[in-house]
Design a binder for this molecule. Structure first.
Ligand SMILES: NC(=O)C1=CN([C@@H]2O[C@H](COP(=O)(O)OP(=O)(O)OC[C@H]3O[C@@H](n4cnc5c(N)ncnc54)[C@H](OP(=O)(O)O)[C@@H]3O)[C@@H](O)[C@H]2O)C=CC1
Ligand SMILES: O=C(CO)COP(=O)(O)O
Length: 324
């Protein structure tokens, strides 16, 4: 299909985007790595991870990457920690394209964000990131959703913005790739902390304080890496932080909720904030600014069993007093 949108990864988000883009009139190639999963989707047209949402007719499903050969833009909707491995396996099929990362996080092995991994694996491709407040289930149901698309190539950015926009997906463009990436990565870490606060029974006031101080930390860290503060205040930062910290649809929030209650989190789910907290902390330590991201540091320590939740709360509450 000449000009179809390619989507790699038929999990919750990839499938939801396929459904929305198809409803907006685009032909879509949806790729999954597992031939049995592809057969099941072809036969039933159902997406198990989206409570049986149905794929429109103009979505073609494949396990063969060469089927995406005529797609000028390919959305990469695999988990962050799988992106590097995926790119090294399939770089040959992806060169020269607009590659739109849909994952939120930072790679633990390289401490790079998704567009950094794309640029390194596919130097001739144009890397972009699509991010912002958007639960897959909402998108699959056709609910209006606003997202940020970030890229440093303005012409390519405008082209893909146009391509992906429609009555379901309203896409805002942004040239600040670092800010968009870090907003999406860090909000998942803060959402785990918000879940812990609620699970431990600390109450709504504590959650509001955590979100506010977490947001201050997001802006501080991202601007040190070159992000624009306004990007963090937009959909990819503040918008997604609010969504993810306040809804138990969020897997990151639910992960924290389970930890706060003393339960075991569901290990089968994609919970990006766990590895990302460690990657951000390692990067901050390398830059000598680890003391400026106290919430992220505590999430990294709690989720790796290096400290307990009561000790983490005590440590955060007894930091030296400072100006807001
Ligand atoms: N779900 C949501 O509401 C949203 C998710 N996102 C982001 O989208 C990204 C994907 O999340 P989501 O779709 O929810 O996750 P899911 O766990 O639902 O799906 C992940 C998909 O990636 C595939 N996959 C995993 N590893 C590889 C690999 N090495 N090579 C190829 N395919 C692989 C999985 O295939 P298999 O089934 O074979 O393992 C599965 O199809 C995350 O970064 C998330 O933060 C962003 C906004 C909203
Ligand atoms: O990023 C998301 C919504 O914007 C999805 O959040 P979770 O990955 O926590 O479910």
């Amino acid at each position: 299909m000449n000009g179809a949108v390619g989507i790699v990864g038929a999990g919750a988000f990839g499938a939801a985007l396929a459904i929305a883009l198809a409803r907006q009139g685009r032909d879509v190639w949806l790729w999954a790595r597992d031939a049995a999963v592809v057969d099941h989707m072809r036969t039933t047209r159902e997406i198990r991870r989206l409570s049986g949402a149905v794929l429109p007719e103009n979505v073609s499903v494949t396990a063969d990457m060469s089927d995406l050969g005529l797609c000028p833009a390919i959305l990469l909707s695999v988990p962050m920690q799988a992106l590097g491995g995926f790119l090294s396996l399939h770089a040959g099929n992806l060169k020269d394209r607009h590659l739109v990362a849909c994952c939120k996080g930072m790679d633990l092995a390289t401490q790079r964000g998704p567009t950094g991994l794309i640029a390194s694996a596919c130097p001739k491709a144009t890397p972009m990131i699509l991010t912002g407040p958007s639960f897959a289930a909402d998108i699959a149901q056709g609910q209006a959703t606003a997202l940020t698309l970030a890229c440093t190539d303005e012409a390519a950015l405008k082209h893909v913005q146009q391509d992906l926009s429609g009555p379901i997906l309203r896409i805002y463009r942004n040239s600040d790739v670092i800010g968009a990436e870090l907003g999406g990565a860090l909000k998942n870490v803060i959402a785990i902390a918000a879940g812990i606060v609620m699970g431990a029974g600390l109450g709504e006031s504590a959650r509001a304080a955590l979100m506010t101080r977490g947001f201050a930390e997001m802006v501080r860290f991202a601007t040190q890496l070159g992000a624009r503060p306004e990007t963090l205040m937009g959909l990819s930062g503040f918008g997604d932080l609010v969504l993810t910290c306040t809804s138990d649809q969020s897997r990151n929030f639910r992960h924290g909720l389970a930890l706060g209650r003393g339960d075991s989190p569901d290990a089968s789910l994609t919970v990006e904030g766990v590895a990302t907290a460690q990657a951000i902390l390692a990067q901050a330590a390398h830059l000598g600014v680890a003391d400026q991201i106290p919430v992220t540091a505590m999430v990294a320590r709690v989720t790796t069993g290096k400290t307990t939740i009561p000790d983490a709360i005590h440590a955060l509450m007894s930091r030296p007093l400072k100006e807001e």
